[in-house]
Design a protein around this ligand. Structure first.
Ligand code: LLP
Length: 413
């Protein structure tokens, strides 16, 4: 169910008309629905039922403190990939003891900070990283709890830029090398083998790659247990896709059935790392039309949001719905919606049939809650947008629009 709906031709988030927010905070602005965030999280809890997995929200999808706080309040843990994300989690009141740490390039400093904070699990992605973690553990007089992220070598059938489980991928350790590495870890006094991890990719729209990967990984988990490694957690990663246009990803109930069936004989406590499926369709990006322009080849609408605000279309040719905040009747024409950034790829919506946008009119890019603001940049010296959270019929700014002077913070002329 969508929490962004038209009422009398005006797009609302929960009960709040979006034009009122745009007028108050300006554009571009991200707007999130807390009912949607809560609803998506609760759906995972319900779908997994008695298995009671630890739901570690993948912070990279949207790292706003208010969203982290909301998920922490629902009992969620976190999946992080940097010391910065750990600091955010703690700042938002999240628990390090429910946090897992992935990424191929963790520095010893990041490892030490996380170990000190009492992290649940380091998801280790190479033999050299394992040695570095051991050294950090010994230096701090602790046993760092680790899981190896194994690469199950299945094709996730998603965009090649966000597939992570292929043989050629930089992520994880080759499946066949995992047992030997766990065996080697027995001699490393700064480590404790505590789990096994995988993640095959993002925006997964089919369940068969998940089934194939987890069947392999569950088999490995059982083998490691048989070899008396004291594993407790099986981290199945994230990746469940969402509907941007006409994709039909598995429902969360179907996803849960597949995960539970594949892992049922392991006796492991499951860790999930959902990102996009929790926040993607809980957010929109509001923008205002600046100008139109017609060339012999095309008709353009130029809006005040650019690829620096929403990178996905430029980076992955991703599709985001583009709809008016106030519906208007009229003949539809084909329009390319472009931003102000000086790049040819700054096309946010291509060849859309729209009632010709008017200067000053407000629109929303849909499904922008995941990998929207978290991938925003200051390219072209554009301050990043404001973020707003709607809850129970009210709204508040959860991140101020960057000011011009923020652009050179830390610089010296
Ligand atoms: N766990 C690990 C180890 C990951 O690498 C990721 C995402 C997740 C969990 C969360 O995956 P999700 O549930 O959100 O699919 N910027 C791209 C997506 C990159 C995903 C990176 N890893 C995009 O905008 O589509």
């Amino acid at each position: 169910m969508s929490f962004f709906t038209y009422r009398k031709g005006v797009l609302h988030a929960e009960g709040v008309p979006l034009p009122a927010i745009a007028d108050a905070v300006g554009t571009p602005a991200y707007v999130y629905s807390s009912a949607a965030l809560t609803g998506h999280f609760s759906a995972v809890v319900d779908a997994f039922g008695e298995a009671r997995p630890l739901i570690c929200y993948s912070v990279k999808a949207n790292s706003n403190l208010s969203i982290l706080r909301l998920f922490a309040g629902l009992g969620g843990g976190f999946d992080i990939v940097s010391g910065g994300e750990l600091a955010r989690v703690r700042q938002a009141g999240g628990e390090a003891a429910k946090t897992v740490f992935a990424g191929v390039g963790k520095t010893p400093e990041e490892m030490a900070a996380a170990l000190d904070a009492g992290l649940l699990l380091f998801n280790v992605e190479s033999a050299e990283e394992l040695e570095a973690l051991d050294a950090v553990g010994r230096r701090l007089g602790k046993k760092a709890p680790f899981a190896l992220r194994v690469n199950p070598e299945v094709d996730a059938r998603t965009h090649r830029y966000i597939a992570t489980g292929l043989k050629t991928s930089k992520f994880g350790v080759p499946f066949e090398e995992a047992v030997a590495l766990y065996e080697r870890s027995r001699k490393m006094r700064g480590l404790k083998a505590f789990g096994l991890d995988c993640h095959i990719g993002s925006q997964l729209t089919q369940s068969s790659p998940v089934r194939a990967a987890l069947t392999k990984v569950a088999g490995l988990y059982r083998e490691l247990k048989a070899r008396k490694h004291p594993l407790e957690y099986l981290d199945v990663g994230g990746g469940l896709g969402i509907t941007y246009t006409d994709e039909t990803p598995p429902s969360v109930a179907e996803y849960a059935r597949v995960v539970l069936a594949a892992t049922k004989d392991t006796g492991a406590r499951l860790v999930l790392e959902p990102g996009r499926s929790l926040v993607g369709n809980a957010g929109v990006l509001l923008t205002r039309v600046l100008y139109r322009k017609q060339t012999p080849a095309k008709r353009f609408a130029i809006v005040d949001a650019g690829m620096n605000d929403l990178l996905r279309p430029a980076l992955y040719e991703a599709h985001h719905g583009f709809v008016p905040l106030v519906k208007r009747r009229g003949k539809e024409v084909e329009v390319d919606v472009v931003g102000p950034v000086c790049e040819s790829t700054d096309v946010l919506a291509q060849a859309r049939s729209l009632v010709l946008p008017q200067p000053g009119e407000l629109y929303a890019f849909l499904s922008a809650g995941a990998y929207g603001m978290s991938m925003a940049s200051n390219y072209n010296s554009r301050p990043r947008p404001a973020e707003v959270l709607v809850a129970e019929g009210a709204w508040r700014v959860v991140r101020e629009r960057e000011r011009t002077e923020d652009l050179w913070r830390g610089e010296r002329a």
